[in-house]
Each structure stands twice: as structure tokens, then as C-alpha cells.
Ligand binder design. Sequence first.
Ligand code: KE4
Length: 433
Amino acid sequence: MSQATVMTPSKSEVYFERAQKVMPGGVNSPARSCKAVKSSPVFIQRGDAANLFDVDGSQYIDYVLSWGPMILGHRYPRILEALESALSNSTSFGAPCLAEVELAELITKLMPSIEMVRMVCSGTEATMSALRLARAFTGRSLIIKFDGCYHGHSDSLLVKAGSGLATLGIASSPGVPEELSKLTISLPFNDLGAVEKAFKEHKDKVAAVIIEPIVGNAGLILPEDGYLSGLREATTKAGALLIFDEVMTGFRVALGGAQAKYNVKPDLTCLGKIIGAGLPVGAYGGRRDIMERVAPQGDVYQAGTLAGNPLAMAAGLAQLKSLQLLNPYAQLEQTTQKLAQSIAESARKAKIPAAVAHTCGMLTVFLLKGEVKDYAGALKSDCDKFSALWQGLLKRGIYWPPSQFESAFLSIVHTKAEIEETQKAFEEVFASL
Ligand code: KE4
């Protein structure tokens, strides 16, 4: 009798089986579930430079980079040294430490619109706190956000959000009371008329406009000329605060973030990812007259046991100081553009409709005809074909974000050879689709 070849499950499959028994969906964040690309997640053992190694020994070129933080790649020596030294002093005090002040000083230096800053433990906490502060400062309740933008999972912001919600086709999350979600107005990105109309309709009721100045969570969507400066004018005129959510773009698209790249000064900025170099961190900051309302200086309450954690501060400081010293952005922009153009070329050669959006250190391959200027446009992508693309890339050792509605990230340590290997993988997979 023929012996049916019994495939021994990989370690990733075995671990995922165990995970699903004790963790919802077997993951601690939906974005890494790989559900949308019809795959089970790869369990990672370690990272090094631009590479990941999974628990079965396979090696990948990493374009997720922990969803953005690892701009210097994995195990960057200066970050490891800073962490080792901080670790020797314990892991947390619940009392002030100098590293918190040093990181705050550096952030305010590199992003001058931030005159004062508060550290928190995630981007979600940063945006949630910034909204509370904006509502207190203006005495108003309405918030304007934009379709496809994702600002973390606080209730007021889970309305027509991007990232994992777009990936899983969840319009807005259950569990958010109607009374709350109706205080959030979501408008199309890149449409100034819609903002002006909303301000006309809601007059002096809008506390703030919060935006990803370069959208990363619908896939990458760039602001059209004049859009961000138009938002700045409209919010100033309406007496609403302009909040830039630079959790993803901060210190990635330029040393001073998207606000430097587009020369638009927000009232408040939210940060995360890169300022923690992979450790849990977020921050919100901006105009002194607004930030002085935050407790204990002011009356707007916000707190956190591990806010300003010495390990996260040490890692973030090492990363920001390295970026300040190296100023690698021209090179990173060029490498990203080169990869984007070669991917677009290989899609064209294979007659695969694709729009490749890119900016410094970020890119998305939308599988559709035409260009993407807003979330409705991004939703026209062929997600089934994207799944096949993602699986083909993984087989060829490329770890690409497992969703059409996410941005891929580059580090400054992706080598020329790794970029060429990636280009070749795209060419082969496009030809096979
Ligand atoms: P966190 O709470 O995940 O640290 O940050 C929320 C957040 C806020 N603002 C922006 C612009 C963001 O991109 C994020 C988080 N980004 C996603 C990736 N698209 C995190 C990945 C995940 O949810 O696992």
C-alpha cells in the first residue's frame, strides 16, 4: 500500500496551533495574522540587520521592520549597547530618569513644532491623549479624521480606520457606543472641499482634525500639492487644532518627519515606533500653551506606569542620535525610489495592473489600474492577487507586509544585493501571476 507522504508540520504551524488555543486569532495584533493573505503567520526567532530568521531556520529580507520602528535594521550596535547599559541599572523605576529628559530635548530639537512632549507607551495612547487634550483646550467635542487613516484603537478613532480594520474589512469596530462614534467625522483624504464643507456645517464645534500627513495605513497615499497647507489654513480659521499623527512617518520620511518634508506646522504631533527603536513607546507634543494643560501642570489627566521607561528611552535616544548623526534620508529616499520603480517596471512587463506609491523609506504596491489618491481608490485593489504576490514573495525569502492596506518599510541597512534580490523576486512572482 502506498505510503501517503505525511508532511511534518513546521514549527511555525505547531506554534500557531498552540497560540490559537490561548490567544484570539493566535496573535497579539491582527495586523500580523496573515489572514488577509490566506496564510498562517511565520514565527520569528531573530532579526539581524535587514533580515529575519524564522523558527524553522528560513531567512527573509524584512520589509515590515516591526511595522516601522527598525529604521536602522535589527540589532543595530549602538542601540544594543545603549540597552545593555540601561538594563544593568534595572528595567523600570516609576520615577523620573535623565533619559526621559534627554529624549524629550532631542525630539523638541528635531521637530521644532513640539515645544513640550509627553511620553506614553504606544501610538494609540499618544493619539487618544492628544484628542482628549484638544477637546479640553478648545472646549469642543467633534473630531475630524480621514477614511483609511489609522490612529490606533481608541474608541473615538475606530471609525472608518485603515490598517488591520481595512485588512479585515471591518468598517468600524463593534463596542464603540454610537454616542461616541457620532462625535467623529471621517472624510475622504486629499479633498479640501470636504473639510471646508464640514467646517461650514459644524462651525465652532470641531476640536481637532487628526491626520496621517502621509497615509501609511490604507497602503501608502501621498498628500496632493497644497492639501496639508490647506488643512492648516482651514483649521486655523475654524479655531480647531491640527494634529499630525506621525507615529509612522516621524523620523522616517525626513529627520523632522512629514511636517518638515511638507513644511506645515501642526499644533500637536503624535509619535511612536522609531522613537522607541522597537521598545513600547509613544509620545504626543506640540505648542507649549496647549501642552501646559496636561497634568500635573494642567488639569487634563493622562498617566502611565511605564511611560518614559528607561530601556525604551535608551533605545529611542540611541536611534534618534544615530539618525541625527547619519542623516541618511537622501540615500534612503533614493533606495526606496529605485525599488519602487523596478517593481513598477516588472509589473508593467508582466502586464499586471499596479500603482507603486513611494516616499522616503515607505512604499506600497497597489494591484489596480490607475493611481491611488484616497481610501476609496485603494479599496479597488485586487486583494486576491495581492495574496498570491505575498505568498510568492515569502517563498522567495521576502517578508512583505501581509496586507494590501499597509506600507512596506525600508531600513538604512538594506544592502544593494538585498534590493536586487527583492527586485528579482517581484519580477519572478509577477511573471507567475
Ligand atoms: P500602536 O498603538 O500600534 O503603537 O500605534 C498605533 C498607530 C497610530 N498611528 C499610526 C499612523 C500608526 O501607523 C499606528 C500603528 N500602525 C500599525 C501598522 N499599520 C501597527 C501594527 C499593528 O497594529 O500591529
